[in-house]
Design a protein around this ligand. Structure first.
Ligand code: ITT
Length: 195
């Protein structure tokens, strides 16, 4: 069964993302694999969509095959959508990024936020084969809680719950996350058009 899976390059340097992607796509007949050595895209885009294209094309060129990329981030309403596309570079470490966000948000009563994910599937000539997006709504907690997931999960309380994403199991997160919403649409497209 494993051998019959089709492999698609997933253009990331973030192992947590690859892990989530392969958990979400379990049973789909698709396995996502890391790009070849030398993958080092420069994310010069001004939108999630542009940066996901840049990463996917870089990996597709290197591998000579189609590649999928995810550009994602946390958009906080009171901070005019920041850190947004700068989420991974907001500060030096994951903990410092959380601390900085909590400090910057402290003066505001509005703690609404959303996770956004833009995915683009690109071929080695740079043609976009398909693109999808997913959003997950919630609010920023006053203090961090939980150890699952990655990034800003410990301070993101999912709408309709009292728990942060980091307090959810991987399975629970993968049912509702921005990444799973985008990826499930992308998997449907791949199954209908490429398999
Ligand atoms: P690649 O570009 O190599 O894929 P990256 O981590 O740099 O890895 P992005 O540029 O897309 O990826 O930035 C995404 C950042 O947004 C990520 O590093 C986290 O800080 C945050 N983020 C995205 N999805 C998240 C999630 O599901 N949970 C928590 N934080 C998330």
């Amino acid at each position: 069964m494993e051998n019959n899976k089709i492999k698609i390059v997933f253009a990331t340097g973030n192992p947590h993302k690859l892990f989530e992607i392969n958990e979400i796509s379990k049973g789909s007949g698709i396995e996502f694999v890391l790009p070849p050595a030398g993958f080092n895209p420069v994310e010069t885009g001004t939108t999630f969509e542009q940066n996901s294209y840049i990463k996917a094309f870089e990996a597709a060129k290197l591998s000579g095959n189609i590649a999928l990329a995810d550009d994602s981030g946390l958009c906080v309403e009171a901070l005019n959508g920041e850190p947004g596309i700068h989420s991974a570079r907001y500060d030096d470490t994951p903990q410092k990024r959380i601390d900085k966000l909590l400090a910057n948000l402290a003066p505001f009563g509005n703690r609404k936020a959303k996770f956004v994910c833009a995915m683009t599937l690109v071929d080695s000539n740079g043609k976009t084969i398909n693109k999808e997006t997913g959003e997950c709504y919630g609010e920023i907690a006053n203090v961090q809680s939980g150890h699952h997931g990655f990034g800003y999960d410990p301070i993101f309380i999912v709408e309709g719950t009292k728990t942060t994403m980091a307090e959810m199991s991987e399975e629970e997160k993968n049912k509702i996350s921005h990444r799973s919403i985008a990826l499930n649409k992308m998997i449907t497209f791949i199954k209908n058009n490429l398999m």
